[in-house]
Design a protein around this ligand. Structure first.
Ligand SMILES: *Cc1c(COP(=O)(O)O)cnc(C)c1O
Length: 351
């Protein structure tokens, strides 16, 4: 009967990482460009003998580098093993009420999984018909609010005034703004952290900083809110970040010029891809991310198109809720990859 006492969960299912080489992988929003050259240089100089020792539990060098980049103090910054780790610890830390936390019905599909895992009650708020967020829907009693901005998988960005309205209406709960895609064109809510103590801004190295494989995420907020997060982290695992992630993460943050140029390339490829997809008869919310959430309005089904792309070595991500089952999420790759995608689509749709 031991199983009756087990915590039973339905886990999040991440996009696949196939072992096939030469694939055009447009399914998990990874960056098509490598990290800063400073990262590989530092990697070749890492002293393996230092692996004997535990890494720094306070992750200070990386928090300091991020603080410098964003004009903050080190104690305004928390780092974790990808933003998934940061968000999980944040849910556990801040959502300790019997009132439901609120997040959109179409959003990052890990939020309900963490809520279920930690027994946090939640209520999903339907997005508008066009997938936009109506800030006014979050002006009601709750145990916390989580908004991905830009939202995933829709790609839509909610103006910073909308975020501020949600913050101002919720002084009694923590508002987490998940900014995994903010570097692709939106304005961060970071400027509100002095004004609203209840704000936690979460970002990641996985998309705009080309380091999904290193697993680095971070959160920024007032010192008090960061202290609560840090206390919970130190109550679970002191040594979350490994030594290479800390060292290489610093180098990636410091090379701002390289980072900005990669983001610009992705944005320009995205805008070109939007034009091409529209020409082929796809409609999509206007993306401010490194992916486009598309629906085909002709006589071919989403599943047919995705399967045909796959036969041609191109993989995209499909979700299957009532509101997302006709859409494909296509990550932005290099210019060449997107050209290949468009030719493949032309073949599939018009052959
Ligand atoms: C990718 C993503 C994350 C998680 O990223 P990590 O790789 O864990 O840093 C979190 N939130 C959203 C909305 C994402 O798309």
């Amino acid at each position: 009967m031991w199983e009756s006492n087990v915590r039973k969960v339905v886990p999040y299912v991440p996009g696949e990482q196939p072992k096939i080489s030469k694939l055009i992988k447009l399914n998990t929003n990874e960056n098509p460009y490598p990290p800063s050259p400073r990262v590989s240089e530092r990697l070749s100089n890492l002293n393996v003998s230092d692996f004997r020792k535990y890494p720094a539990p306070d992750c200070e060098i990386l928090r300091e580098a991020l603080a410098k980049k964003y004009n903050l103090e080190t104690d305004n910054v928390f780092v974790g093993v990808g933003s998934d780790d940061v968000l999980a610890v944040a849910f556990l830390t801040y959502f300790n009420s019997k009132k439901p936390i609120l997040f959109p019905d179409v959003t990052y599909s890990f939020y309900d999984v963490w809520a279920d895992t930690f027994n946090i009650p939640y209520e999903t708020i339907p997005l508008n018909e066009d997938f936009s967020i109506n800030p006014g829907d979050y002006f009601k009693e709750n145990g916390g609010v989580v908004i991905a901005n830009p939202n995933a998988p829709t790609g839509l960005y909610l103006g910073i005034d909308g975020i501020e309205a949600v913050l101002a209406a919720n002084p009694d709960s923590v508002v987490i703004v998940d900014e995994a895609y903010i570097d692709f064109g939106g304005e961060s809510a970071l400027k509100f952290i002095d004004k609203y103590e209840n704000l936690l801004v979460v970002q990641t190295f996985s998309k705009s900083r080309s380091m999904a494989g290193m697993r680095i995420g971070f959160a920024m907020g007032c010192k008090k809110i960061i202290k609560y997060l840090s206390d919970v982290k130190f109550s679970i695992n002191s040594y979350t970040m490994n030594m290479p992630s800390l060292e290489l993460g610093v180098l990636a943050v410091e090379d701002d010029e390289y980072f900005v140029s990669c983001c610009k390339k992705v944005i320009s490829t995205r805008e070109w891809t939007k034009g091409e997809l529209a020409r082929l008869g796809f409609t999509f919310p206007d993306s401010m991310t490194n992916f486009i959430f598309v629906k085909y309005n002709g006589d071919k089904s989403r599943d047919h198109i995705a399967a045909e792309l796959r036969k041609r070595g191109i993989i995209v991500r499909c979700f299957n809720s009532d509101r997302t089952k006709e859409y494909m999420r296509i990550s932005i790759g290099t210019d060449d990859e997107m050209k290949t995608l468009i030719s493949a689509l032309e073949e599939i749709l018009y052959a």
